[in-house]
Design a protein around this ligand. Structure first.
Ligand code: SF4
Length: 337
C-alpha cells in the first residue's frame, strides 16, 4: 500500500473542503481498502466521514424513507420499516457479501463499489477503467462475469451491487451535497454513466460531491416485491444475473411493473420495452416468455457471457411468476445455469 494522508471530518463542510482531485472519501472501506492494498486505487488522501453526525440514520419521510449514507447494509436490511414496506431491498442486501462485510459496508459506499472484472484488479493487465487509455484485456480474455448490455468497445464490465438494483426498481434517488453547499437528488436511473470512452467515470458525481442519503419513495400500494439472484454459490458471491421486481396486479391485469436487472450492465439495467409489454396484460407464462425474449434478444458482447441470456430469461420469468402470484416459489439464490 502506498503512503497517504488521512483526514477525519467532523462535519460535511469540513469533508467537502478536504476533498481534492487526489482524495477519496472513506466510510466502511470494504472495497476501497482492498483496492488500495493492491494499488488499483492510489489516493494521496483519505477523507474519513464516519464521525459526521446524522448520516447513519433512517428517517420516515412522506411515506418513504431517507436513508443516511452511513447506514450500514446490516442496519438497512434489518430495519423494521424496510422489511415491512420494501422487502425487496432487504432481500437484495442480504443476498450480497457476508455478514461481516455488511456490518461495515455503508449505503453510499455500496452504490460506489467498483466492478469485479478480474483484469481491473490485476495491475499487470490493460484496463481502461483502472488506467484510462491502456486498453481492455477482458475483450479477448476470460469474460464470464462481464455485462450483456450497455457496454462500449472500451469496457465490458458489469456493476456488482445487489442493493443498487433493488433501489432502481424501487425508484429511489441519491441525495448529493455539492461543494457550494447545495443539495440535489438524482434518480438511480440517472446516477450511473455508461462506459463510453471513459469507463473510469462511473457516476454523475463531481470530484467534490458527497453522497449524503438515499431517498426511497413510498412503496407501490398492494404491489409484490421480488428479488432473485443467481450466483455460483449460496453466499458470499456476486450475481451472475439478478432481477428486482415491484409489480402490481389489479382486476387480473398488470398495472405497474418496475423492473431492474443486475450484473448484466455497467449499472442497474432497465428496459422500457419490457415494461411496456407487461402493462395492461393478464399475467401468464406465454406473456412472460415473450417479455423475456424481448429483454435478451441479440448477442452478447463477449462470447463468455452468452450463457447469461438464457439465464436471465429464466430468472425474469421466475421473478414475474412470483411477483404476479403465479408461483409461490421464493427462489433459491444459487446458480442453476
Ligand atoms: Fe477494465 Fe472494463 Fe476491460 Fe474489465 S472490461 S479490463 S474493467 S476496461
Amino acid at each position: 500500500m502506498r503512503p497517504f494522508d488521512y483526514t477525519r471530518a467532523s462535519a460535511l463542510d469540513e469533508a467537502a473542503q478536504a476533498l481534492d482531485p487526489a482524495a477519496q472519501i472513506i466510510a466502511g472501506g470494504t472495497n476501497l481498502l482492498d483496492l488500495m492494498k493492491i494499488q488499483v486505487m492510489t489516493p494521496e488522501k483519505l477523507v474519513d466521514i464516519t464521525r459526521i453526525d446524522g448520516l447513519d440514520e433512517i428517517t420516515a419521510d412522506d411515506g418513504g424513507l431517507r436513508i443516511g449514507a452511513l447506514v450500514t447494509n446490516t442496519a438497512l436490511a434489518n430495519d423494521a420499516q424496510v422489511r415491512r414496506g420494501w422487502p425487496l431491498l432487504s432481500r437484495a442486501i442480504l443476498a450480497g457479501a457476508s455478514a461481516q462485510i455488511r456490518n461495515k459496508a455503508t449505503t453510499g459506499g455500496n452504490l460506489l463499489q467498483r466492478t469485479r472484472c478480474p483484469y481491473f484488479y490485476d495491475t499487470s493487465q490493460a484496463c481502461n477503467k483502472r488506467a484510462p487509455g491502456t486498453g481492455c484485456a477482458a475483450r479477448h480474455g476470460v469474460g464470464r462475469m462481464l455485462a450483456l448490455f450497455g457496454t462500449s468497445e472500451h469496457c465490458l464490465a458489469a456493476h456488482p451491487s445487489d442493493m443498487a438494483v433493488a433501489l432502481t426498481a424501487l425508484d429511489a434517488s441519491v441525495e448529493i451535497l455539492s461543494a457550494d453547499g447545495t443539495t440535489r437528488q438524482v434518480p438511480m436511473q440517472a446516477f450511473y454513466q455508461g462506459p463510453g470512452d471513459r469507463p473510469d467515470v462511473e457516476t454523475v458525481l463531481a470530484q467534490d460531491d458527497i453522497i449524503t442519503a438515499v431517498i426511497l419513495p413510498a412503496p407501490l400500494d398492494q404491489s409484490r416485491q421480488v428479488y432473485r439472484k443467481v450466483r455460483d454459490r449460496a453466499s458470499y458471491a456476486f450475481a451472475l444475473v439478478s432481477v428486482a421486481a415491484s409489480v402490481k396486479v389489479e382486476d387480473g391485469r398488470i398495472t405497474r411493473a418496475n423492473l431492474a436487472f443486475g450484473s448484466v450492465a455497467p449499472h442497474p439495467y432497465q428496459n422500457a420495452a419490457v415494461t411496456d409489454l407487461l402493462i395492461g396484460q393478464v399475467p401468464d407464462n406465454d406473456l412472460f416468455a415473450r417479455v423475456a425474449e424481448q429483454l435478451t434478444h441479440g448477442s452478447a458482447p463477449h462470447p463468455d457471457t452468452e450463457y447469461k441470456r438464457p439465464l436471465l430469461r429464466r430468472t425474469l420469468i421466475a421473478a414475474l411468476r412470483q411477483a404476479t402470484g403465479l408461483s409461490d416459489d421464493a427462489g433459491v439464490d444459487t446458480a442453476r445455469a
